[in-house]
Design a protein. Structure first.
Length: 160
């Protein structure tokens, strides 16, 4: 598989750093049928955690936030990369950004254990559009190649 790079929107919310906060947020998202491409939580101080939510459909997330009172900051932008897991798989991506004087401000990745990997990377907002062109990123489609995701969403029928 060739490397595929997608641009995606993400949002974050800041919560108290106590046991169960991530569980409660993920439960709310599931209850409202908000499917996630990724989720990440990072401590940002002694008593707070930032939870970053990468939704498959940002509209569903913002609807849920409005409905439930969840305070979101965003949309912000990131890149999701996936490809074959091989030695140096991320070097070309980082070298292209480095050659263009674009700094990767945050990143995280994981091997899928089956010969592939997924990787999320962030750049400063001012460099995002330039990075998108340099990386040849596509916008996240409803279904990625080799990426299966059930998308249950219940719609109410309008009675006329």
């Amino acid at each position: 598989m060739a490397v595929k790079i997608y641009s995606t929107a993400y949002y974050y919310t800041t919560v108290r750093d106590v046991p169960g906060e991530a569980c409660r947020l993920l439960e709310r998202l599931a209850d409202e049928h908000v499917n996630l491409l990724a989720f990440n939580a990072l401590p940002i101080g002694p008593d707070e955690t930032r939870m970053m939510i990468y939704p498959l459909n940002p509209v569903w997330l913002t609807e849920m936030a409005r409905k439930t009172g969840l305070r979101l900051d965003g949309p912000h932008h990131a890149f999701i990369v996936h490809g074959d897991d091989e030695l140096g798989a991320l070097v070309d991506i980082h070298q292209n950004l480095c050659d263009s004087d674009i700094n990767v401000t945050n990143s995280s990745g994981i091997s899928d254990g089956k010969g592939g990997y997924r990787y999320i990377l962030h750049v400063v907002p001012e460099d995002y559009e330039r990075a998108e062109k340099i990386l040849g990123a596509d916008h996240v489609p409803a279904h990625w190649d080799n990426f299966q995701l059930k998308v249950p969403r219940h719609f109410q029928q309008i009675q006329l």
